[in-house]
Design a protein around this ligand. Structure first.
Ligand code: BES
Ligand code: ZN
Length: 658
């Protein structure tokens, strides 16, 4: 951390990080102490996706002691919960889904009565534990002895064949949004923060990593072919950020306090691809204050990881499809890093305000990209995002284009869409444009400091921005910003301004020449284009036909495929863009590539739109979809199969959708 940051004495976070030596050095001992905002009382907002009653009793700490059994595909052992409650209260309500609860006791081993409520298909079950009456500030311990089920939705157990190395099995978790309850019995709401610790016993040939400080880097106490790893997370986090991975893992440092974990066979590729991670962290800290989590490492998972990235604290999980070989997809790392402030430090209280996590992060991601790679690259990314936003606005029912969502009766996983990301980011860019960057940045930095370790919702966001940026003395500014319209109304308010990238405007011209005027593919300056320019080119659609098809002739498709070498293209974003065009035209020659793409990775963002598009192509697409899905499905994570099953059904099962 630079000396200059010591000047930021006003910031508690800056101060504690500076006093502890370094915001992001090699971990010396613990993480920096928490700012006062972390201990101030929290008002709990009702979360329709949790059974918990935090205003009565809340989990403060989770201590896991689990064994990973790859033969039975279960994690089993105990979760010891530290709970505080209102004086006199005698009940603690936890969230569980598809868990085998074996027994519950207090710290001394005395059994505690408990009851499992009715099963809700989205929320799972309430696990109500009866405890002796709480006393003020007294912590009670609840020891839950349990096991996960082999089909726990948060977990994916991979066979050796599903890994890069092919020799060892692999396990990883995905908690967001409400899946942690399928592997940990706790209060699974983003507004209820908990510290955690864990002891994991895993087969000796494997390594365990978590979203926490690693206390035993080499494992310890081997016996019966097993050894154990210990972890601790001393910052209180929402439970969706508790994460684990177990496998044949190796580590490479890429700078002070930053590094990559992955299977040994991919380590060199990961080290090279992400060699600029430290610059990203420096840029982020330069913008909005010290990184508060100690290390920032990246875990590159096997290809079935259902997301591009997941911001698990200290250890971002990422898909191997961002190993493009040319660093062209590192904005994903900038995104997950930005969540260390927006999401992990300041957290949406419920999933209805998912935009507070993702919109802030998408904005912040772009600022990091601008700081490290320059304005042109950042503008290109903004324009690509804007294009996605337009497509999304056209496709969604208007009520789902609001930032503050109504998720009543819905699985958050389905209700949360990319509006949160791109409309959220456009909102913040609008504010930045109107008040000026300097003033905006000062507010944003303060927002993270004031609200660190606290849940936020649309209303408390509006209070914060009115109190600290707009001010009551400037009604003209208040009107100009249209804050409430942005947050609560569908579509885009009138003060939204489309970003413009000179480079991508040139691409649009080339795209018009090829697509609309039927020019030859040889005239496309493809070789000189960056990945972002190529993405913009392939995203071209005829006016008013965003969801239509047949804007190309077969001859043009063949010309594109050959001239741009799309059959041997390795960049997953480009392959995805191309396959969307191919499927919309029922272009047979691209089917082998499609099949290879869908069976070699399970990232939902790629897999779901392609299967959906295939399904929309009736006689041509449905048999293909069914055949490819039958082969691909066993390799996908439950998050991905859950979404694809809903579109095309389970191959082989009767009553498939259709
Ligand atoms: N937190 C999200 C992933 C997520 C969202 C998981 C909702 C479960 C529910 C993560 O930060 C994210 O947004 N990942 C994106 C990549 C990003 C660069 C837009 C993804 O996975 O595609
Ligand atoms: Zn995100």
């Amino acid at each position: 951390m630079s000396r200059t940051r010591l000047a930021a004495m006003a910031s508690t976070l800056a101060l504690v990080a500076a006093l502890s030596g370094c915001g992001l050095g090699e971990p010396k001992s613990d993480m920096p102490p928490l700012p006062p905002s972390a201990t101030a009382p929290v008002t709990y907002e009702r979360d329709i996706h949790s059974w918990a009653q935090p205003q009565v009793a809340r989990v403060k700490h989770v201590a896991l002691d689990l064994v990973a059994d790859f033969a039975t595909r279960t994690l089993s052992g105990t979760a010891t919960l530290d709970v505080t409650g209102e004086p006199g209260a005698t009940e603690v309500i936890l969230d569980v889904r598809n868990l085998e609860i074996r027994s519950i006791s207090d710290a001394r081993g005395t059994a505690l009565p408990f009851a499992l409520g009715p099963e809700d298909p989205i929320k799972g079950q309430a696990l109500t534990v009866t405890v002796p009456a709480f006393e003020t500030d007294k912590v009670q311990k609840i020891v839950v002895t349990y096991a996960t089920r082999p089909d726990a939705a948060a977990l994916q157990w991979l066979t050796p064949a599903q890994t890069a190395g092919g020799q060892q099995p692999f396990l990883f978790s995905q908690g967001q949004a409400i899946l942690t309850r399928t592997w940990i019995p706790t209060q699974d709401s983003p507004g209820i923060r908990q510290t955690y610790s864990a002891t994991l016993r895993v087969p000796e040939a494997l390594k365990a990593v978590m979203s926490a400080e690693m206390l035993t880097p080499d494992g310890e106490g081997a016996s019966d072919g097993m050894h154990s790893y210990r972890f601790r997370m001393t910052n209180p986090i929402p439970p969706y950020l508790i994460a684990v991975a177990v496998g044949d893992l190796a580590f490479a440092s890429v700078g002070e306090g930053v590094g990559v974990w992955t299977e040994p066979g991919r380590l060199e590729a990961a080290r090279t691809e992400f060699s600029e991670m430290r610059q990203l962290v420096d840029a982020a800290e330069g913008l909005y204050g010290p990184y508060g989590w100690g290390r920032f490492d990246l875990l590159v998972l096997p290809p079935s990881f259902p997301f591009g990235g997941m911001e698990n604290p200290r250890l971002t999980f990422a898909t191997p499809t961002i190993l493009a070989g040319d660093k062209s997809l590192v904005s994903l790392v900038a995104h997950e890093l930005a969540h260390s402030w927006s999401g992990n430090l300041v957290t949406n209280a419920t999933w209805a305000d998912f935009w507070l996590n993702e919109g802030f992060t998408t904005y912040f991601e772009n600022r990091i990209m601008e700081a490290v790679y320059g304005r042109d690259r950042a503008l290109m990314l903004q324009v690509l995002g804007w294009g996605e936003l337009q497509a999304e606005l056209a496709a969604l029912p208007p009520l789902d284009t609001r930032l503050h969502l109504d998720l009543e009766g819905r699985d958050p996983d389905e209700g949360m869409n990319s509006i949160a990301y791109e409309k959220g980011a456009a909102f913040l860019r609008t504010i930045e444009r109107i008040v000026g960057r300097e003033r905006f940045d000062a507010w944003m930095k303060g927002y993270f400091e004031r609200n660190a370790f606290r849940p936020m919702n649309a209303a408390t966001f509006l209070v914060d921005i009115r109190a600290h940026l707009v001010g009551p003395e400037d009604p003209a500014l208040e009107r100009e910003l249209q804050l409430d319209t942005w947050v609560y109304q569908p579509g885009l308010p009138s003060n939204a301004v489309a970003p413009v990238s000179g480079a991508l405007t040139a691409v649009d011209t080339a795209a018009e020449a090829f697509f609309a005027d039927r020019g030859p593919a040889s005239a496309i300056p493809w070789a000189g284009w960056s990945t972002q320019e190529r993405q913009q080119f392939l995203a071209w659609r005829p006016e008013g036909r965003a969801a239509g098809r047949d804007w190309l002739t077969n001859q043009q498709l063949a010309d594109l495929e050959t001239t741009l070498n799309l059959r041997s293209e390795g960049n997953a974003e480009i392959v995805f863009s191309w396959l969307q065009i191919a499927v919309a035209h029922r272009y047979g020659p691209a089917v082998p590539k499609l099949e290879q793409f869908l069976t070699s990775q399970g990232r939902r963002k790629f897999v779901l739109p392609l299967f959906t598009a295939l399904w929309a192509e009736g006689d041509w697409g449905r048999p293909l979809a069914t055949r490819i899905y039958a082969a691909a499905r066993p390799g996908y994570h439950p998050v991905t199969t859950g979404s694809v099953d809903a579109v095309i059904g389970v191959p082989g099962a009767s009553g498939a959708a259709g």
